[in-house]
Design a protein around this ligand. Structure first.
Ligand code: GLU
Ligand code: MG
Length: 640
């Protein structure tokens, strides 16, 4: 979830006092970093994935399933291998927000060979098996986006009562013990976000209204003025940050290419969110949303009422801020895409000026000055005073608590890592096969974008609209999303500006399309992302096994998009609503949840085929490593 500084966290009162200090030095640190690294060239395209997992525990006798608060114990063991051989391990394990969550990445990034696509799934399997070896009786590691009964009574093992009067989140539902205890960052963030906001967070998800659904859905609206009667009310950071996702990071060859990737992948964020939708149930209810996005956004929304526009700005408050720290990005980064930044950006004018005076161009200065409208919400006493020439913790402090759909990452100081971007919208899928398919699809798209110089960029206001549409129930099948028709560039920045003036982009360039049309093509309008990838692959040398796996991955994406296969969210909905014990009341009861997760577990382990979710033949030829023979033949890495 971000920077894990060791040390003693300051209280909110102390942290608040240092807000300007962190900002001031964070900006200086960025400027120093930028000066050293702006001209860095020649890094090769590398990439990697991150999968977050939930540890669940089945109680077969009572037909119950809970989340198991054993992440810290498991991580201690998982990290031992890494400590002994940091360069040699095949996987890296990190804590996440939940005391029942862990996050795994490959030990080393993947590189430019197409054959790398064929080791992603095997590495995911390796990770799952490695962590699974540490599980106790009844426990399973599951890459489910949300535990459907998170926040219901006794949802943890061991069970704990929530602490509405004393806990760091003050939640009616989510006990402090469910927050990862092994690092102070997580509880500190929870407390500080609540204190900065001035009250606890409040998320209201529209209930999925079935024939017997009770409104109000429960008595939370009687206890809390922020709870809406026909909504599922959530009141803790854990409801959002306790969800799992699938993320990707790319290293670009230089800063300009990183900006290109950042911009070009931005319009894909809502599309991939809808396609990967996997979380329709919250706190034991089916809702009318399919994705976690707005839940997390609300769960870390530290804005004061003044900043949210609900009251006059209070003392020390400088801005009205339209979005939470966790949300979609607000501006493109390449100078020629500036005209698509059609929503007025809130940014710190002084910081902007300082960045400009240090020779940082307008879009980048604006981006950084926008990130820096936020206050630090977690500060460690040992880290207050830093050497701005060497350290970057204050910059990272603000950067890593801006959780946006994309993240633009400067190279870490004194490292061999180049400029990178992170792609963050996707929801976690049940199986390694699906997760590998999503990863390979997005990585292939980056190569297609770079080698054909494609242009997916559209006004940021349309991307925002798409983000909201993407989360609606069944958006993957029924939603319509703004999409650019002509994606061939050849369009130089100069030509583009002829079509499109600041704030008044020619709307003929965009059309509302279904996910199916965007992925699989729309006759006469848009070739479809799959066709673009296929044509790229035709021009490349690829070994037979990799080819076979990639085809399986693309087939999954194609069929999810066309509706031939269900999204994970639709599968979960269907499972619940057709369960014999379902009372048509939107409730995911203990026993339904147990059966659902049992089924999900059998699907992820391969014991139970699930043609409606995965199709019939899902046997890829994934391999643990790239065969030696291939390494020799394919020594020339493709430029993209
Ligand atoms: N779990 C968060 C999500 O689902 C992401 C946390 C992180 O930044 O690693 O988006
Ligand atoms: Mg994470």
């Amino acid at each position: 979830m971000g920077l894990l500084t060791e040390g003693s966290p300051l209280s909110w009162e102390e942290t608040k006092v240092h807000a300007d200090h962190v900002r001031k030095h964070g900006v200086i640190q960025f400027i120093n970093l930028y000066k050293k690294l702006r001209d860095r060239q020649g890094d090769v395209l590398k990439w990697g994935d991150e999968v977050e997992y939930i540890i669940v525990k089945f109680d077969d006798e009572n037909k119950r399933v809970t989340v198991s608060l054993r992440a810290q114990e498991m991580l201690a063991e998982l990290n031992e291998k890494e400590l002994a051989d940091p360069q040699g391990v095949k996987s890296l394990w990190r804590p996440e927000y939940g005391a029942y969550m862990i996050e795994g990445t490959p030990g080393r990034p993947y590189g430019g060979l197409l054959a790398h696509f064929n080791i992603v799934e095997a590495n995911m399997k390796y990770r799952r098996t490695e962590a699974a070896a540490l599980l106790g009786p009844g426990e399973y590691l599951m890459s489910i986006t949300n535990f459907p009964r998170l926040g219901c009574p006794n949802f943890t093992s061991p069970p704990f009562d929530p602490q509405p009067e004393t806990g760091v989140s003050r939640s009616l539902f989510f006990p402090d013990e469910a927050i990862y205890p092994g690092h102070p960052r997580f509880k500190t963030l929870t407390r500080n976000i609540r204190m900065r906001r001035g009250e606890k967070v409040a998320i209201n998800l529209p209930i999925f209204k079935d024939v017997n659904t009770k409104i109000p859905v429960d008595d939370s609206h009687q206890k809390e003025s922020n709870a809406l009667p026909d909504h599922v009310y959530l009141d803790a950071m854990g409801f959002g940050m306790g969800c799992c996702c699938l993320q990707l990071t790319f290293q670009a060859c230089n800063i300009a290419e990183a900006r290109t990737l950042y911009d070009q992948l931005t319009p894909l964020c809502p599309i991939m969110l809808a396609l990967s939708a996997a979380s329709p149930a919250y706190r034991g209810f089916l809702t009318d949303v399919d994705c976690r996005w707005n839940v997390i956004s609300g769960s870390v929304d530290c804005r004061t009422p003044g900043e949210r526009g609900l009251a006059p700005l209070g003392p020390g408050e400088k801005f009205r801020i339209t979005k939470s720290r966790y949300d979609s990005i607000d501006s493109y980064l390449s100078p020629h895409n500036e005209k698509y930044n059609d929503i007025p950006l809130t940014y710190d004018k002084d910081i902007y000026k300082q960045l400009r005076e240090n020779d940082i161009d307008h879009p980048l200065a604006q981006h950084i000055a926008h990130l820096f409208i936020r206050d630090t919400v977690s500060l460690f006493s040992e880290k207050v005073n830093q050497n701005d020439e060497e350290d970057t913790d204050h910059f990272e402090n603000i950067q890593s608590t801006n959780w946006q759909t994309m993240r633009f990452k400067p190279p870490p100081p004194r490292s061999s890592i180049g400029w990178r971007v992170e792609f963050r919208p996707c929801e976690a899928q049940l199986t390694d096969f699906e997760n590998a398919a999503f990863v390979c699809f997005v990585v292939l798209l980056t190569r297609v974008i770079l080698s054909y110089q494609l242009n997916f960029v559209m006004p940021i206001s349309k991307v925002d609209e798409n983000m909201q549409k993407a989360q609606k129930r069944d958006a993957c099948k029924q939603g319509k999303f703004w999409w650019r028709k002509d994606i061939s560039t050849g369009v130089t920045p100069v030509e583009a500006s002829r079509h499109c003036h600041l704030g008044s982009c020619d709307t003929d360039q965009y059309e509302e399309m279904t996910i199916n049309e965007i992925i699989n093509g729309k006759e006469g309008t848009f070739p479809g992302l799959i066709a673009l990838i296929e044509s790229y692959l035709e021009s490349m040398d690829v070994d037979a096994d990799t080819h076979c796996s990639i085809q399986q991955y693309l087939k999954l994406i194609q069929r999810r998009a066309s509706g031939k296969l269900l999204t994970t969210a639709s599968y979960i909905r269907e499972f619940v609503t057709t369960h014999p014990l379902y009372k048509k009341d939107s409730v995911v009861s203990e026993e339904i949840n147990y059966d659902l997760l049992k089924a999900a577990q059998a699907i992820q382990s391969g014991e139970m085929p699930c043609p409606k979710l995965l199709g019939n033949s899902i046997f890829t030829k994934t391999k643990e490593s790239i065969p030696e023979a291939l390494r020799k033949v394919l020594t020339k890495e493709c430029p993209y």
